[in-house]
Design a protein around this ligand. Sequence first.
Ligand SMILES: [Zn+2]
Ligand SMILES: [Zn+2]
Ligand SMILES: [Zn+2]
Length: 344
Amino acid sequence: MNMKDDPQLRRDPVTGRWVLIAPQRAQRPINLPGHAPTHRTNGERHPCPFCPGQEADTPNEVYAVRDTGTAPDGPGWHLRIVPNMYPAVRPDVDAPAPATADLFVTAPAFGTAEVLIDCAQHYDDPTQLSDKQFADVFRAYRARMTALAADPRLAHVSVFKNVGAEAGASLGHLHSQMIATPVVPELLRTELSCAAEHFGRTGRCVFCALVRDELADGARVVARSERFVIVTAFAPRFAYEMWLLPVAHEPRYEALTDYGADELAALLKRVLVALDRVQNAPAYNWFLHTSPLRTGELPHYHWHLEVLPRTARPAGLEWGFGCHITTVAPEQAAAELRDALPKS
Ligand SMILES: [Zn+2]
Ligand SMILES: [Zn+2]
Ligand SMILES: [Zn+2]
């Protein structure tokens, strides 16, 4: 075995999470069917409740990009946000009471769960969106987060997209989800506290430091534009895990400008085309990590978008111990993705 293939333990620079990079595991004999990542599939339903003409199948829209003169909840839209028909959290229950010392604490599942329907066309792949449609999705995230921030009971909005049934999508028609809750979810809390600790120790934002070092080194840089960079994660959970970050310090996603959304969308779309080429259109999730609502301009936290392709199936080590093994080193993944980028 050459040195390049020796397994490595790597510590995530933000959270301190440890992962294993084990390229030689890719050569192990695999006999079970369904193990290898395959081309993503859809959990399709007919008629599609997200297609134009089916507006009666969804709750009333809370936001839309529509042709002028068209009425809400009818055709003429290009993007819609509607409450989720099957919400995990609900706005019509009491907000949770303050924490107690009890061992077993329950609270009503207060919050809002919304579905953002990306486009009127029955597309199932984000790279089918035009650059304008793609940018409108990122503008709509911003608009709804800004609106939800007005409710003082809500602390955080989890924004994510599932692409492919294997990544949790139950309908093929492209959509994102926005779940606002009175609590800040665990992974965000970990990032925030680790970033605050780094700032206390060094006086610097860990994400700013990461961007600086990644741009200087270049090995994990997949693509960059004036304001954004996409890198493969230094300590990935899945092979080809990518992070999109603003190059400058930006704590709040809501501060994204319209031209920033255009630039972000064009950059991310090119990289997703490359991912589809390199990994045969894998299922993936993307999720937005940003400051909790109304926390102002944090000096230590920096919003970013993580793209997590389902390039392997988590097993006992991952579920039981939180230690991820990937078979493709992030430097190799970045080189493959750069080679597969469409011409800009
Ligand atoms: Zn549809
Ligand atoms: Zn920063
Ligand atoms: Zn993150």
